[in-house]
Design a protein around this ligand. Structure first.
Ligand code: S3P
Length: 172
């Protein structure tokens, strides 16, 4: 089985994915890291030098490649992955995949992203007072895709262990 973790930036996809992988002994792949390795460049440099359209193209290409693998894995997506290039449809059509939306509210995301926005090219240049409005609008647009996931877990005010327990109980 493939488990695909998705959700907004800073919703904990990579953290939860890594721990779920260790606990269940299933290999972990982080799509952003995979793209960086394949392209030999970090995400910020890809956005800056090649542009977002190129990034979305590569994101789609590598996601497709990974879904075609015949092995089990836990995959954490980038925050935008489900919202471009028919990626969410591709995931939902894959009968061996279970998609999980790590659902966070605006306050949780704002708190986390204020501390970690610099490594994220979409928000790195936003001022603190612009960030809340950006997240609110962006999350509203993206929720349409995220909500299509097979499973949803609310993560606000929960510890990593609580989220992992909930997830393990929900997984088929
Ligand atoms: C993006 C989220 C990032 C990364 C890229 C674009 C997005 O991943 O894929 O900067 O569009 O939300 P994280 O969700 O891991 O920050």
């Amino acid at each position: 089985m493939k488990i695909i973790l998705l959700g907004y930036m800073a919703s904990g996809k990579s953290t939860i994915g890594k721990l779920l992988s260790e606990n269940n002994n299933i290999p972990f792949i982080d799509l952003d890291k995979f793209i960086e390795e394949q392209e030999n460049k970090n995400i910020s440099a890809i956005f800056k030098e090649d542009g977002e359209v190129y990034f979305r193209l590569k994101e789609h290409q590598y996601l497709k490649e990974l879904l075609q693998k015949n092995t089990d894995f836990i995959l954490s997506l980038g925050g935008g992955t489900p919202c471009y290039a028919g990626n969410m449809e591709l995931i939902l059509a894959d009968k061996n995949s279970t998609s999980v939306y790590l659902k966070a509210n605006i306050r949780t995301l704002l708190n986390r992203l204020e501390k970690s926005k610099l490594k994220r090219p979409l928000i790195a240049d936003l001022k603190s007072d612009e960030l809340a409005e950006f997240i609110a609008k962006h999350l509203f647009e993206r929720s349409f895709f995220y909500e299509k996931s097979d499973l949803k877990i609310k993560i606000d005010n929960k510890s990593v262990n609580e989220i992992l327990t909930e997830l393990n109980n929900l997984l088929p």
